[in-house]
Design a protein around this ligand. Structure first.
Ligand code: ADP
Length: 315
């Protein structure tokens, strides 16, 4: 569906933002590009609809080079949702959603029907919202409109650049859930950029983990969690995904303590908790070697710290 063939992007003469990238995005899949800030995610995304010209290589959509598409044809067949709510402030919600259908010269009736259908799809009552201006909507509601506006003319592909990261955690979770639900019905090819591994693992059919303009790993959430290719991916899952890493709570073994049982670094989180429910102290083994211990107290301390961090997390 979308193929990157040896694609590079240089800004200026020497700043390489994306390096010789090869990847294929399949039709109907939810594909998440994830990585730390500055690794080239947005550049990659914007090259798809030619908002950023590529320096080398070729991007193909449905077997045709993007450079061979008429630019309007290309942009109209690709929905685009940005992080910063980009609704036109002087236009009503209905007018905002209708921008691309109008450009495509749909009839008034068809547009109105489509607007109502889309508003209902994201739980905004058309009677109430159709005529409102963007500033009369909450941040979460505006972002919902941003999403359905991208869907309005029924594009095959939707590009989403951190669409929920400016929202509070509760709205963000709700919009993620709604998007997943929506995708079950619409089955679009979605390319979604995120710096948040937890979000990526939740949403993606496949993830493309990036670092320094290059792809580090492509795989399903399960493949990435179970077989991270290197320490970078492992760490990114651990920190950003809030997945549990035993090393975060492990301490050196104290001679005076009698260990009740032993777990291994590969045990599931549930196994570790269940075992710790029965013993105050556990030994930790890696590849048959005892490398440390975990105490019930250190585990509780870890949860308390994590809960504190999540309470303040607004990134
Ligand atoms: P991400 O989306 O992962 O945060 P970007 O694609 O925005 O990363 O940026 C990748 C790299 O390219 C960064 O080092 C960034 O500073 C640089 N960059 C992005 N846009 C421009 C630009 N218009 N001019 C020069 N450098 C840029």
């Amino acid at each position: 569906m979308i193929t990157f063939d040896n694609v590079s992007k240089k800004y200026g003469n020497d700043h390489v933002a994306v390096k010789a990238l090869n990847v294929e995005i399949k039709k109907g899949e939810f594909f998440v590009i994830v990585g730390p800030s500055g690794c080239g995610k947005t550049t990659l995304l914007k090259m798809i609809n030619r908002l950023i010209p590529l320096t080398e290589g070729t991007i193909w959509i449905n077997g045709k080079r993007i450079s061979d598409y008429n630019i309007h044809e290309l942009r109209w067949s690709i929905g685009y949702v940005l992080q910063q709510i980009a609704l036109f402030p002087h236009m009503t919600i209905e007018e905002n959603i209708a921008v691309v259908p109008e450009l495509k010269k749909w009839s008034k009736m068809k547009i109105q029907k489509r607007v109502d259908e889309l508003l209902k799809m994201v739980g905004l009552e058309p009677e109430t919202y159709r005529q409102r201006k963007p500033k009369e909507l909450s941040g979460g509601e505006q972002q919902r409109v941003g999403v359905i506006r991208a869907l309005a003319a029924d594009p095959e592909i939707i590009l989403m650049d951190e669409p929920f990261s400016a929202l509070d955690p509760i709205s963000r979770t709700k919009l993620q859930d709604d998007l997943l639900e929506m995708q079950r019905t619409i089955q679009k090819t979605i390319v979604f950029v995120s710096h948040d591994m937890q979000e990526a693992l939740k949403l993606g059919d496949r993830l493309c983990v990036m670092k320094d303009g290059q792809i580090v790993q492509v795989g399903t959430p399960q493949e990435i969690v179970q077989n991270p290719v290197n320490d970078f991916v492992q760490q990114f899952i651990g920190i950003k995904g809030n997945l549990f890493d035993i090393h975060a709570v492990m301490q050196p073994i104290e001679a005076a303590i009698e260990l009740g049982d032993t777990i291994t670094v590969n045990d599931s989180f549930t196994t570790i908790l269940e075992t710790l429910a029965q013993h105050d102290f556990l030994g930790v083994e890696d590849d048959g070697k005892r490398i440390g211990m975990v105490t019930r107290a250190s585990m509780l301390h870890y949860f308390a710290e994590n809960a504190k961090e999540r309470g303040h997390a607004h990134d």
